[in-house]
Ligand binder design. Structure first.
Ligand SMILES: C[S@@+](CC[C@H](N)C(=O)[O-])C[C@H]1O[C@@H](n2cnc3c(N)ncnc32)[C@H](O)[C@@H]1O
Length: 136
């Protein structure tokens, strides 16, 4: 990995994920997670404070050691035990380059709801999927 991927990109990701309108989305979505949670691409751990105290465990996967170091420092009053794993989804057998429906249902979940749309901001970077699914 070069300096851009190792040092600069993680700072840009952390900065862009701190937008205020994302915090509203985190408050809406993250507390609904239950049981053992696998957060693919945990980044700097900004979802951690929003997990319910009833979540048994959060496994935070990310390929960036720098972002994982930031995530380890994030306050997480509600998220119980957190395990950080350095690696990509693909290395764990989950290929992200698929339609979201195929990805979630292929992992034996069924959707309760799935909404899509753009948030405020530059179009290519703000397309969002929001919803919930449960094990089949
Ligand atoms: C848009 S950020 C979201 C970070 C965090 N979930 C949040 O809400 O603040 C996407 C994250 O996915 C990670 N990522 C990128 N490719 C990945 C892959 N193939 N497998 C797992 N994580 C990946 C990036 O390093 C980055 O931290």
């Amino acid at each position: 990995m070069g300096i851009y991927q190792e040092q600069i990109l993680p700072i840009l990701i952390n900065f862009s994920m701190r937008q205020k309108n994302l915090a509203a989305c985190r408050r809406r979505v993250v507390p609904a997670a239950q049981g053992r949670v696998l957060e693919i691409g945990i980044g700097s751990g900004l979802n951690l404070p929003f997990y319910s105290p009833t979540v048994q465990q959060v496994i935070g996967l990310d390929p960036s050691p720098k972002l994982l170091a930031m995530a380890r420092r994030t306050e997480r009053p509600g998220s119980g035990k957190v395990e950080f794993v350095e690696g990509s989804a693909e290395e764990s057998g989950c290929h992200l380059n698929r339609a979201i429906g195929v990805l979630i249902e292929g992992a034996s979940f069924q959707f309760d709801r799935l909404e899509t749309g753009y948030m405020r901001g530059p179009k290519p970077m703000t397309f969002m999927y929001e919803g919930s699914a449960r094990p089949r």
